[in-house]
Design a protein around this ligand. Structure first.
Ligand code: WTA
Length: 656
């Protein structure tokens, strides 16, 4: 094939892995002697007690008993301790910047060193403990992209509590459903935030969610309303609130007179409780398989699945894959644009990079505010070297042409990454040629909320790249392509993408529903992990993920279930029946077509379409998801053809 990109000899010379054969040799080693390779890699971290068993033990066949995966059995550790204390004491990173925070508004920024992050995290650990949160308890997190979000996650990890982050674009219903599913005892949120010019009164939505929890759980035993800790982010006076001895830089963001609803006795201001808390907190040692967090992802029945990730394997997988796939150097400035509300933000903005002692950029805003060159302006401002984003963002910026990009130098960039959906060749070439100036390899990383970390990804300076292919498996990962009968197809083939053996970072269960975990991922092809994706392997052995083969669809890099959308539409009084299918879309990858049959007496009108669009949490959620990629997507749904008897509810972008 002609469309193959190889790094220059110069660029290769200083990389971790310099040739395809080096990658292949290491890959073979990872399969033949996982103990030896991972054992070596695990030395990067602190283990309070060592592992007593083989590196991995698993059963992926429900017919042979309970599906289970264990990594480093018997080991105890603390993930937060490894990210902060260990990096500070062993690697002397105390004064290194851990987080550059860039706010939504120009000029609004903060930075935290590893030492400062540790101090704040310890305070927050004490706050949680003072509120009665113990090891194993669940904490819901509903926050904008601010440093307090990272501090909250790390504080949970420090005391062995299990965080459940809910994307701050989700509705009160979605938040309530997740709080109740995991029986969270505490919610951490913020007063509000801006996305572009739009203000979101987050605490109001959080209160609605807590009201819903109270209504639904009324009378049921054992439910007590979660406490709520609130970061004052918008209502902040210039210069405050800060943490003692370290006032934040004066806020340049607008400080509107925000009405923050408040319930005394339940709600606590972050700065008040932090102020009173000690700056030291011992880590709570956790078993390698204790839960670290829950993160929900769409399920084909409509009910979201709370994927449970654990400690040792997740830490290793995210750290090692981040280091190798981005070819991380100590001086790198790494920017992942994903929101921490998604798995990409968990694994490759918080856990992997901080475990590696990297300097990370945390961006609160959107790519098009105040102008469409914001990403490129930020890259120059912080001299970003490693940049990780989604094809949908690239496509939406590509449509503004090259000029906004060429206003900025981008000479600091070294490696570019892509995640969330297959990247189409046109977007790949623009990303490579215009954004990366033709110098930077693009690592197309294939993985899922369930997989914890990368499963297919190139080594940037070793793997010859083919635009649109996530190339080859990561270490310890064994892909296979099966036909409808579950038979493995060798060589060039197209079929179902499965993985043959367990890997360290995979989710261990669905919270509260292990049966569903077994049914969803291991029933169709017993003995294999089934991804739900289709895939082709070409004659050079490259993998090309072709998209979902189940009834989930991938819109703007986010998964949605058709059943969820149908349920939301069906709840409208005018609707008898709704059927939803996906179809290709030039900007979003896939989009939804909803066919709706109306009750007798109802006619199709623009008003009805508008109502259906607004219907229920799901439709709002879709709009928010689109909005979070690019605000131009705000009003995307129009009636395609009002004359067709089975009314067509088409989702189209105005610009196509
Ligand atoms: C899709 C996101 C092709 C795929 C990390 C998968 C991709 C789903 C890629 C998981 C890629 C993700 N190439 N398809 N590089 N990355 N996908 O759980 O369909 O939000 O099953 O995790 O996104 O989405 P999730």
């Amino acid at each position: 094939m002609s469309d193959v990109y190889e790094a220059s000899a110069d660029a290769r010379s200083s990389a971790f892995l310099r040739s395809l054969s080096e990658y292949q040799a290491l890959y073979e080693r990872s399969l033949q002697d996982p103990q030896e390779l991972w054992g070596e890699l695990a030395k990067q971290f602190h283990w309070q007690t060592p592992s007593t068993g083989p590196f991995m033990q698993s059963n992926l066949n429900p017919a042979l008993g309970r599906v289970s995966v264990t990594c480093m059995a018997g080991a105890t550790t603390n993930v937060c301790y490894n990210l902060l204390d260990h990096n500070i004491s062993e690697n002397r990173l105390g004064d290194k910047v851990a987080i550059y925070w860039e706010g939504n508004c120009l000029g609004d920024s903060r930075k935290l060193t590893y030492q400062q992050l540790l101090n704040d995290t310890c305070r927050m650990s004490n706050v949680l403990t003072n509120q009665g949160v113990k090891k194993g308890d669940r904490v819901a997190v509903y926050m904008p992209m601010i440093p307090e979000l990272v501090i909250t996650l790390l504080a949970c990890s420090r005391i062995g509590a299990v965080h459940s982050v809910v994307f701050a674009g989700f509705s009160a219903d979605s938040l309530a459903e997740r709080i109740m599913d995991a029986q969270c005892c505490l919610l951490v949120t913020a007063d509000g935030f801006f996305r572009g010019e739009k203000m979101i009164n987050l605490k109001q939505i959080a209160d609605d969610a807590l009201d819903r929890c109270r209504e639904r759980e009324k009378g049921s035993k054992g439910f007590s309303e979660p406490k709520c800790i609130v970061v004052r982010h918008l209502g902040v006076a210039p210069g405050g609130p800060g943490v003692p001895n370290r006032p934040y830089t004066p806020a340049k963001r607008p400080c509107p007179n925000l009405q923050t609803p408040w319930q005394d006795g339940r709600d606590l201001w972050w700065h008040e409780v932090m102020h009173k808390a000690h700056e030291e907190a011992p880590p709570v040692w956790c078993d390698s398989e204790d839960p670290l967090f829950i993160l929900y992802t769409s399920g084909s029945t409509g009910k979201p699945k709370g994927m449970v990730h654990t400690q040792a394997g997740y830490l290793l997988h995210t750290a090692v894959s981040h280091r190798l796939v981005f070819d991380l150097r100590p001086s790198d400035v790494y920017w992942c644009t994903a929101d921490i509300g998604w798995i990409t933000g968990h694994s490759y903005l918080v856990y992997g990079p901080l475990a590696n002692g990297a300097t990370c950029l945390l961006f609160e805003g959107i790519p098009t505010y105040p102008e469409v060159d914001r990403f490129w302006q930020i890259i120059d401002k912080y001299q970003v070297t490693l940049f990780y984003t989604a094809p949908t963002a690239i496509r939406s910026l590509m449509k503004h042409g090259n000029e906004p990009v060429l206003r900025h130098s981008r000479h600091s960039l070294r490696v570019l990454g892509s995640v969330g959906e297959p990247i189409n060749p046109e977007a790949w070439h623009w990303y490579h040629r215009v954004i990366g100036g033709g110098r930077c390899p693009i690592v197309d990383t294939y993985w899922q909320t369930e997989t914890g970390g990368f499963l297919l990804a190139p080594m940037p300076f070793a793997t010859p790249l083919k635009p649109g292919s996530a190339t080859f498996p990561f270490f310890g990962v064994v892909p296979a392509i099966l036909n409808e009968h579950g038979e493995e197809m060798k060589g060039e083939a197209e079929g179902y993408l499965v993985f043959k053996q367990a890997w360290p970072g995979m989710a261990r269960t669905i919270y509260g529903d292990h049966r569903r975990y077994e049914e969803t991922y291991f029933q169709k092809f017993p003995g294999f992990y089934f991804t739900g994706d289709g895939c082709r392997r070409d004659s050079d052995g490259y993998y090309w993920v072709t998209g979902r083969v189940d009834d989930l669809l991938n819109m703007s890099g986010h998964l949605l279930s058709t059943a969820e959308v149908e349920a939301a539409l069906g709840a409208h009084p005018a609707v008898v029946e709704a059927a939803t299918v996906s179809c290709p879309h030039s900007l979003k990858g896939q989009t939804l077509y909803c066919f709706v049959t109306l009750q007798a007496g109802h006619t199709f009108s623009r008003t009805l379409v508008a109502e259906l669009r607004q219907k229920g949490k799901i439709m709002r959620r879709i709009l928010r998801k689109i909005a979070s990629g690019d605000p131009d997507f705000g009003d995307v749904t129009t009636l395609a053809d009002p004359c067709v008897p089975s009314a067509l509810f088409a989702d189209r972008c105005r610009t196509t």
